[in-house]
Design a protein around this ligand. Structure first.
Ligand code: NDP
Length: 274
């Protein structure tokens, strides 16, 4: 029997990148999945990837929604319950380093930008956890929140608001993990390092080709990624799947797993290989 047979998962931010790879992996391993994002065309690409893996369309609930809105969150949950009858797994993966609308950078970015960054990377997660909690309590379910090595402790001067929101997400996750474990609900966190996705397209205004070149360059620099190559979405999907599989990770509660090819351990002066 596949490891997620009879499990129902909501994966936010699954119209691209890490969320898409996670949705395909969970569905391939037997889960019924709700996939979601704002971009209908990209979301359809995810649905097609799942169908191409041989999964029945009846196991996929595809919902175009903005996860920062109450309507979007409610639609995700109600459509999942309507189609599949329960929720076992919530993966709060949607996130972004949103550019400042006035073109400002670093600590000159506007308060409006700060608000948007926290709304997406922290508040929407808190809201989803509150709304899904009663359903997960019924199934003794799992939550994984996707943070970033940007959360610290190293400074991230190029993205102070994004990295602060992810740091807040980490501490919220630890607090919530202790609160919810009494209801049988586990919460854990994954912190990706550099992963070749649409993330830099959105954050840095790069084209898809430029984005691939950027990630390849990072992978070639040992002081950026000691492993010697940039992460791919599947590297993160397998870690997330481990954390939502109670059979193999049940005693891990409120922890953060870093999957970054070693980036967060490197101090520049110690990086060169010789
Ligand atoms: P992508 O840009 O490829 O994917 C981000 C996903 O989030 C998309 O599906 C996007 O969907 C969705 N999303 C963004 N804003 C919203 C919104 N308001 N409502 C609904 N969905 C939204 O990036 P990644 O796959 O890399 O990002 C996944 C997670 O990993 C994020 O939390 C990110 O912060 C984190 N991360 C990524 C790193 C990397 O190097 N790639 C490094 C560290 C952390 P759509 O555009 O269709 O709305």
């Amino acid at each position: 029997m596949a490891r997620f047979t009879d499990k129902v998962a909501i994966i936010t931010g699954s119209s691209n990148g890490i969320g898409r790879a996670t949705a395909v992996l969970l569905a391939t391993d037997g889960a019924k999945v709700t996939i979601t994002g704002r971009d209908a065309a990209r979301l359809e690409e995810t649905r097609q990837a799942i169908l191409k893996a041989g999964i029945s369309a009846t196991n996929v609930n595809s919902v175009v929604a903005d996860v920062t809105t109450a309507e979007g969150q409610d639609l995700l949950i109600s459509s999942t319950l309507d189609k599949f009858g329960k929720i076992n797994i919530l993966i709060n993966n949607a996130g972004a380093n949103i550019p400042d609308s006035q073109g400002q950078t670093r600590t000159k970015c506007s308060i409006e930008n700060l608000t948007k960054m926290f709304q997406l990377n922290l508040q929407s997660v808190v809201e989803m956890v509150q709304k899904v909690r009663p359903h997960l309590a019924k199934t003794r379910g799992e939550i994984v929140n996707i943070s970033s090595i940007g959360a610290g402790p190293a400074a991230q001067p190029a993205s102070p608001y994004y990295s602060s929101a992810k740091a807040a997400l980490d501490q919220y996750s630890r607090c919530a993990a202790i609160d919810l474990i009494s209801e049988g609900i586990r919460i854990n966190v994954v912190q990706p390092g550099f992963v070749s996705t649409g993330f830099s397209t959105a954050a840095r205004g790069l084209s898809a080709d430029e984005s691939v070149k950027f990630y390849d360059l990072m992978g070639s620099l040992p002081h950026c990624i000691p492993a010697g190559y940039c992460g791919q979405p599947d590297h993160l999907a397998s870690v997330i799947a481990f954390l939502v599989d109670r059979k193999v990770s049940e005693y891990i509660v409120g922890q953060t797993i870093i999957a970054d090819g070693g980036s967060s351990l490197v101090i520049g002066c110690h990086a060169p290989r010789q």
